[in-house]
Design a protein around this ligand. Structure first.
Ligand SMILES: [Zn+2]
Length: 311
């Protein structure tokens, strides 16, 4: 109880500081007015402060910074988790600078922790996000200002479980999967740091974690290029996004040459009857070269649907 009182007192004192520029009541020349209480308004970023001299004022808590209006009209859907099916990847430039944060555009880590599974081919299929462990019920926060584009349940999203997708002014979309509970609605504006859901293990998940994805025009790339999840820090204030980043074989830590080479890889999806020697012959390579690329032994049993790098 005492703690609550101190917190309330601190809040009201700081509100008093923030409200200094607001018009004051006539008798406040004689006696400074003190804030007594605050009230919510329909706009979650605006509150009303009530003062002890029966006056009141609006308090602007800082609205999300959202510009480039066209981004929020084009390929905008609240009913599909992926919005850019029809966007031709050929329209994406080879290289584009995306502003992540500056004095006006803020950032907050969605969750902090040591990554246990990154952007890669995992058990023969593409894992297009970054998995960070958490406890069920931990708060998950919007990474940047933006507008909630999609909120879905496990029934609608399958493997993602309860999912929130936010679109940001720089063109990125961020995905927050496996939530135990979503705490926002489609078309809600959000600020970096706003709680958008609680961590969980819904969907295709082996334990509580956040599956976090970064996408540009629907194309995924390694979110660790943007965020150092272990420290929570943003890697840089600007991301130079290169087209070869959109390959599942391109990841943070590679040089540009390594990333570009990795994105040129040819991948074969195993069908009934495929053998390593058959693949080597078909793609003009050797069994040992395929084994080295995939870090497998020549005696490995190939599973149908598995993806093998052949060149
Ligand atoms: Zn994941």
């Amino acid at each position: 109880m005492k703690k609550t009182y101190i917190v309330l007192f601190t809040l009201l004192s700081s509100l008093a500081c923030m409200a200094q520029d607001l018009p004051a009541a006539p008798d406040s020349l004689a006696r400074p007015r003190s804030p007594m209480d605050t009230l919510d308004t329909q706009d979650k970023y605006t509150r009303v402060i009530l003062f002890d001299d029966n006056t009141w004022a609006y308090l602007d808590l800082g609205h999300p910074k959202i510009d480039t209006a066209s981004l929020f009209d084009e390929y905008w859907t609240n009913t599909e988790m992926h919005a850019y099916h029809a966007y031709p990847a050929s329209l994406i430039p080879d290289e584009i600078d995306l502003l992540l944060a500056d004095s006006l555009n803020s950032y907050c880590p969605p969750i902090q922790g040591k990554v246990f599974s990154g952007y890669k081919v995992r058990r023969g299929s593409s894992h297009q996000g970054t998995d960070v462990p958490l406890n069920v019920g931990d708060t998950v926060r919007a990474a940047f200002d933006g507008i909630v584009r999609y909120v879905g349940t496990t029934k609608q999203t399958g493997g993602y479980g309860n999912l929130v997708v936010i679109r940001h002014s720089n063109g990125l979309e961020t995905y927050y999967g496996h939530l135990s509970k979503t705490l926002c609605e489609p078309n809600d504006p959000v600020k970096a740091g706003d709680v958008i859901g609680l961590g969980g293990s819904t969907g295709r998940s082996t334990g509580p974690h956040l599956h976090f994805e970064t996408r540009y025009k629907g194309q995924t790339f390694d979110a660790e290029r943007v965020i150092d999840f272990e420290t929570g820090a943003l890697r840089d204030s600007v991301l130079t996004l290169k087209k070869h980043y959109f390959s599942i074989y391109s990841h943070y830590g590679q040089s540009d040459n390594e990333s570009a080479a990795a994105s040129d890889r040819i991948v074969h999806t195993i069908r009934s009857g495929d053998t390593l020697s058959g693949l080597a012959k078909r793609y003009g390579t050797t069994v040992s070269a395929i084994c080295k690329l995939n870090n497998i032994s020549a005696s490995k049993t190939l599973r149908i649907g598995e993806r093998i790098i052949v060149r």
